[in-house]
Design a protein around this ligand. Sequence first.
Ligand code: SF4
Length: 400
Amino acid sequence: MIVKKIPDIYERLSLLATGAKFDVSCSPSFDRKNFSKKESFSKFGIHNTWTSDGRCVALLKVLLTNFCVNDCAYCINRKRNDIPRTVLKPEEFAKIAYEFYRKKQIEGVFLSSGIIGNPNKTMEMMVDTVKILRTKYQFKGYIHLKIIPDSDETAITEAITLADRVSINLELPTEKSLSLIAPEKRLLSIVNAIEKINKIIESKPIGAKSQTTQLIVGVTPDTDYQILKLSENLYRNNSRLKRVYYSAYIPVNDDPRLPQISKPPLLKEHRLYQADWLIRYYGFHTEEIVSDEKPYLDEKIDPKLDWALKNINLFPIEIQKASFETLLRVPGIGPTSAKRILKERKNTMLTLDGLKNLGVVIKRAKHFITINGKYYGNKNIIQNYRQNYLKDIQQYSLAI
Ligand code: SF4
């Protein structure tokens, strides 16, 4: 391990920003286009990201340290890697974060860390850092704090009190995969921590209102069914779990336990997000999308359209009468347009153009609905979808 003293704080910050960039559990970050010195800002870990209420904010996203006692195969900071290591003391981080904030270069921080010493010591260092930021520097910006697995409840509670959002990463969906490539981590202990965090958030009127987690996808042979079933259970048991982030595996280490891939599985990540959305907002159960028998999402087609085509006997539905839940099952209709349809049809007879104005994606939806008894779609898609639905989908621009 290379341990050299790096007196320059910006050099250390830059190292710690590199170590943090693979964590997407505060939502994927991107560089702000109108930053005049974009490169230098991203070098120090300042990136734009979306907050839970839809605001685009510049966050300082760094690790407190890239030292780590663990040896997760996929991680650039794992202990066996010969990389320059460094640490920011709580006061150092708080001061520099406040300086960026005062100059309006950031609106918040996302603070994570490798494990230095032991989980509890690391969590306490992170809590101290944020405490200095909030009390000494009166920092009023957004704080997303990573919870270190296996740290004590006292430190976790303090972290929740000081932050706007917290997250703890599952990383992999099965105990077997964790023991293979992240041997110090235990799925059950992280799931228990998510539940504990949930209870603390629910019991506290101040501090973080929600939590998130991250799963790396495409690094182990776990199926989409295993991934989505775990997510569904987590959402069901934890009302404050806002999102599970799916992060396509990016190779950074040579390791025989890791797959050889030429590019990150971004389409898999995209389809998992779509399926997750169906579970959270459209009333789907995992087994309607994937199952033990068919455990992988079809990457060629979005999961809602896939479901509709496989359940074509349920369509077309009459738009003037269908319930909210049924409307949500129609490709091209989402929760917002479904609500608008319910409101609008109380007073008017709906039309094809009218549905367009309500936000319905007509080119998709028309094959699955009737409007006052009239069908505007193409029955070929309905009748022959099994034989050549992908060809038809391309022809009629249904795929996304
Ligand atoms: S615990 Fe694992 S994933 Fe986290 S910093 Fe250490 S080696 Fe990386």
